[in-house]
Design a protein around this ligand. Structure first.
Ligand code: HEM
Length: 359
């Protein structure tokens, strides 16, 4: 059997007919991510019901919601350890990657069903989708004993170096033309709303100019498409912790970018005619924490910021190792970068939920 993908020469995977055992045995817990994802909106609902009366229980509910993508990451990591992945491993890993993107998927679900006049409720759609994914995952896990090993006769051609380089160059241009300003702008929100608005007025002159805005949007779309191709070409490969985190953050960002651009460009600016400013970002006047709809934006934004920084840090790690940096040093620097990313995301979210230094 052969698949044609990437810009390189065609790659031939053969599904060995012998029922060779994979070196990572598959159990029911590898099917857990879609089942957990099914409950994601209910954890957020629980938070909203409890936030004004039982703060500790509400916090637990939010932690349960956050644990959905985290659980999916650990399952993807565990499945990535198989040196000889079987078809079931690849399918379950793909479903786990999808479940990592639960927060932006649920945000997009809410926005799109609202724009569509709520002909079908967001919860109905959500439950139907994840129930189906859960059944597929459970059947895949149950049938894994009879699944076959995938072998790679020409593994060298496996992923396109040109596509990876283009993905990297495009990321650097996005960083320079938009992302550094955007994240600095949100960090300023942790000082005060006035500081955030002041910086936004300055940065908008650049990134919302006629020449730059369409270019940045095109680059983001290229990042999503090329990223998904790279993700797919890696789905059949073993992956360590760093590689899994790089792939998982890329998968999350593909959904985040599409959901976020839909909210900003199509929903707010075109559909609802809302200004995309501080009030829009923070769900004013109710805020992010005390509104049953807005609470979904907390994991969505937190992981968006954390994972974009993580993704860039891990890309830098690969480049540094390729240029001779000892892996130990590269790994230490990456861990430091990931921790800094988590702290930056937390500061931004604290500012957006009202904990500002200037107040
Ligand atoms: C706390 C996290 C974030 C919040 C609250 C947020 C919010 C916003 C807001 C309010 C805008 C409109 C800006 C304007 O009108 O000038 C915007 C635009 C945008 N954001 Fe974010 N954002 C966040 C993180 C991110 C991340 C991590 C990315 C990329 C991965 C991203 C990509 C974009 C893009 C592409 C636009 C469109 C820019 C344009 O108007 O040309 N955002 N965001």
């Amino acid at each position: 059997m052969s698949f044609y993908h990437s810009t390189e020469a065609p790659v031939h995977f053969s599904f060995s007919k012998s029922k060779m055992a994979s070196d990572a045995s598959i159990t029911w817990w590898h099917a857990a991510p879609p089942i957990a994802a099914l409950f994601y909106p209910f954890f957020l609902k629980g938070f909203s019901l409890l936030v004004d009366t039982e703060v500790s229980l509400a916090t637990l509910m939010l932690a349960m919601a956050m644990s959905v993508p985290i659980l999916a990451f650990f399952v993807a990591w565990n499945l990535g350890k198989a040196a000889h992945p079987i078809v079931s491993t690849v399918r379950l890993k793909s479903i786990a990657w999808l479940a990592i993107a639960t927060p932006p998927m649920f945000t997009a679900d809410g926005v799109l069903t609202y724009m569509g006049g709520q002909a079908v409720s967001e919860i109905t759609l959500w439950v139907m989708f994840w129930a189906m994914a859960s059944v597929i995952a459970l059947i895949t896990a149950r049938n894994s004993r009879t699944s076959v090993v995938i072998t790679f006769p020409n593994a060298k051609n496996f992923s396109s170096p040109r596509l990876r380089v283009a993905h990297g160059i495009s990321a650097v241009v996005i960083l320079v033309l938009f992302l550094t300003m955007h994240l600095t702008n949100h960090l300023a929100g942790a000082v005060s709303e006035a500081e955030h608005r002041h910086l936004m007025d300055i940065f908008r002159v650049i990134y919302r100019s006629r020449a730059i805005e369409p270019f940045v949007v095109l680059l983001f779309l290229f990042q999503v498409l090329s990223g998904l191709v790279l993700l797919r070409t890696n789905s059949h490969r073993p992956a360590d912790f760093y590689k899994t985190l790089q792939l998982a953050s890329g998968g999350y960002l593909a959904f985040f970018i599409l959901a976020h651009m839909n909210s900003v460009f199509i929903y707010a600016r075109r559909f609802a005619g809302i200004k995309t400013d501080w009030d829009f970002a923070t769900g004013a006047p109710t805020g992010l924490l005390h509104d049953p709809w807005n609470i979904r934006l907390v994991p969505h934004y937190y992981l968006g910021v954390f994972l974009i920084i993580t993704h860039l840090v891990l890309a830098a790690r690969v480049v540094c190792i390729a240029h001779g940096m000892p892996p130990k040093r590269a790994n230490f620097s990456s861990k430091l970068g990931i921790i800094i990313g988590a702290v930056i995301a937390a500061i931004i979210m604290l500012g957006m939920t009202g904990l500002q230094i200037g107040n």
